[in-house]
Design a protein around this ligand. Structure first.
Ligand SMILES: Cc1cc2nc3c(=O)[nH]c(=O)nc-3n(C[C@H](O)[C@H](O)[C@H](O)COP(=O)(O)OP(=O)(O)OC[C@H]3O[C@@H](n4cnc5c(N)ncnc54)[C@H](O)[C@@H]3O)c2cc1C
Length: 387
């Protein structure tokens, strides 16, 4: 048993690992990923059967219960085979669910969480705008104007992952243009995707190709008052409550992909022959593997430590940023070495290494860029705010 896990968490981990290998094998995930802009509903259905969308949702709201540790363990195991297809789970079950959990009214929790937990509802996040994701507040041009019984939304979003198949879009917009602070006067709206005035267009991209990331155009979209998430004008504060959790789960996803890289590298090193012996006998390649193994161990320790802090409700802002940066950079480097170890087959669409390489690259950019995360880490060590 892992020294940093409870018996219950270890049992969940073992069970999840077996399920992932049986139900979501790598070659199946690889095939699904090549189907550009075709959401893998069959993978979604398996996640529903497993109960994955209810992990971390309290039983009173129809979920399975479980802590942030359980969610991180699931994210890691699932990403080992699914890689970027993890977002089939993550977008709704993590980002959407969490936003509702932390920011929603009691009525909204009762209304939406059971449907999210049972897999009846898909959600997508539409926060980023073409004019900027890192400086989200500075770049935000989307406006929400109060009208009788609700709000009219106008603006454009970019990179909203899963927006083409979502039932609801979580849209952030400026609702009070006269607010004195940039972070005030922002609201989050739970917008039915088929509302009049919404146009969703998938973008071509490097990785996780089956799960579309989309532009979302909003032209006077009416949203009733009851679909403003939590308190109007306080949306920024609702969203920031989820950030530490999100960074941790992103790190766990990176760690899962790193596990996948190591598994595939070892298998190839043991079976591929050159100069009359397995390539695993060459010291150069053994050193690559040793580096990856050290990155894996460091990432795992910081991931579990951060998860523990979060589960106990202790401050974890800095650790969450650190683990996200560390794991996203380690998996990127490892996948690159993994391609080297596999040689030409690493570049082939018939193996998974190229998928880990493409899919992990995103995690250095979003949901927070590693430069921005480093700004925050340095600031916490007494440096002046650099942005
Ligand atoms: C495939 C994909 C899926 C995504 N899914 C979603 C989604 O579902 N929902 C959603 O809302 N968004 C999503 N995003 C958006 C993502 O969160 C943003 O891309 C990310 O926040 C970066 O914003 P940007 O692309 O506008 O880059 P910019 O903000 O323009 O940054 C460009 C560069 O400048 C650097 N930079 C900016 N400011 C600073 C600073 N102060 N100090 C140092 N460096 C700085 C950045 O680190 C980066 O290297 C997705 C993006 C991609 C590519």
């Amino acid at each position: 048993m892992h020294a940093m896990l409870s018996e219950e968490d270890q049992m969940f981990l073992d069970y999840t690992r077996r399920w992932v290998d049986k139900e979501c094998p790598k070659d199946w995930c690889r095939e699904l990923e090549t189907r550009e802009h075709q959401f893998p509903h069959e993978l979604w259905d398996k996640l529903v059967a497993f109960g994955a969308h209810g992990i971390g949702v309290a039983e009173e709201y129809g979920g399975q219960g479980g802590s942030i540790i359980t969610q991180a363990l699931f994210a890691r195991e699932f990403a080992r085979n699914a890689a970027g297809l993890s977002w089939v789970w993550g977008v709704t079950s993590f980002s959407g669910t969490k936003a509702v959990l932390f920011g929603g009214s009691e009525e909204q929790k009762q209304r939406f969480l059971p449907k999210i937990a049972s897999g009846e509802l898909k959600t997508a996040m539409a926060f980023t705008e073409p004019s900027g994701g890192t400086d989200l507040l500075g770049g935000m041009k989307s406006r929400a104007t109060k009208v009788d019984g609700g709000w009219l939304l106008k603006g454009e979003k970019i990179w909203s992952t899963g927006a083409d198949v979502a039932d609801y879009l979580l849209v952030m917009a400026r609702s009070d243009p006269n607010a004195s602070k940039r972070s005030d006067g922002i609201s989050i709206f739970f917008v039915p995707r088929h509302s009049e005035g919404i146009g969703v267009t998938p973008l071509a991209k490097l990785g996780m190709r089956a799960v579309s990331s989309c532009t979302v155009a909003m032209e006077d979209v009416f949203v009733p008052d009851e679909l403003v998430l939590g308190e109007p004008h306080k949306g920024w504060y609702h969203s920031t409550k989820t950030l530490n959790n999100e960074r941790l789960v992103n790190a766990a996803t990176c760690l899962g992909m790193l596990d996948g890289v190591i598994e595939d590298a070892i298998e190839h090193m043991q079976t591929r022959q050159a100069f009359g012996k397995p390539i695993g006998q060459f010291q150069a390649l053994q050193h690559y593997l040793a580096d990856m193994a050290m990155w894996q161990k460091q990432g795992e320790l910081l991931m579990l430590h951060t998860a523990q802090l979060q589960a106990e409700g202790q401050p974890s802002h800095i650790e969450s940023g650190m683990v996200k940066v560390l794991c996203s950079e380690y998996v990127s480097k490892a996948a690159d070495l993994g391609i080297q170890i596999l040689g030409g087959m690493g570049y082939s669409a018939e193996t998974d290494m190229q998928r880990y390489w493409r899919d992990s690259r995103l995690l250095r950019i979003g949901p927070i860029s590693n430069e921005m995360a480093r700004n925050m880490i340095a600031e916490s060590y007494g440096m002046p705010r650099s942005f």
